[in-house]
Write a protein of this length. Structure first.
Length: 175
């Protein structure tokens, strides 16, 4: 998705609001519906263009406990800078690692927003996805998804756990 910035480029300091719906696809993300982006773009007097706002998307993730696929709503805030590509190359020659600055390049009057949207969504993915906070995971013995039903090996284990037997001896007698 690209947006035309000729209007704001000619008026530094003037902000323009964008409300976008992006269908993707975005590499590394499995979308569950379109991405919605509410962004404000503004050009600086030095030719840079700042993009701020928020991006919302439903993505399909794999639960880190039970390995099932589930849909999660991601909401990330965005604060990025676009620099004219000609200037970027110049910078790259002068200082190493311009990539580390998380600066995007643009040329002409068009801003390409796909990389910005993708990078921000990927950065907002949970480190350990969970289908629900109390996901029970899978039984290490038989592989049964314990959210769906209990397996017999787990019940048997709980009933005969010697640690619980030991604790029973410490039950408080009323005095
Ligand atoms: Zn789960
Ligand atoms: Zn089991």
């Amino acid at each position: 998705m690209s947006v035309n910035i000729s209007e704001i480029k000619s008026a530094p300091g003037l902000a323009k609001e964008l409300h976008l719906s992006l269908e993707g696809p975005f590499e590394g993300l499995q979308l569950d519906g379109p991405v919605s982006a509410d962004l404000e773009i503004m050009s600086g007097s030095d030719g840079t263009v700042s993009v701020r706002g928020s991006i919302k998307a439903r993505v399909i993730l794999m639960c880190s406990r039970c390995a099932c696929d589930y849909s999660e709503l991601l909401e990330v805030s965005v604060d990025e800078l676009f620099v004219p590509e000609a200037e970027m190359q110049e910078k790259e020659e002068r200082e190493v690692g311009v990539e580390d600055l998380c600066v995007f390049g643009y040329s002409g009057d068009e801003l390409q927003l796909d990389d910005l949207v993708r990078d921000n969504l990927i950065a907002g993915l949970p480190y350990r996805p969970l289908c629900k906070v109390d996901c029970l995971g899978v039984c290490p013995e038989c592989g049964q998804n314990l959210n769906e039903k209990k397996c017999s090996c787990r019940i048997a284990e709980e009933e005969t756990d010697p640690r619980w037997e030991a604790l029973k001896k410490f039950s408080v007698e009323p005095s």
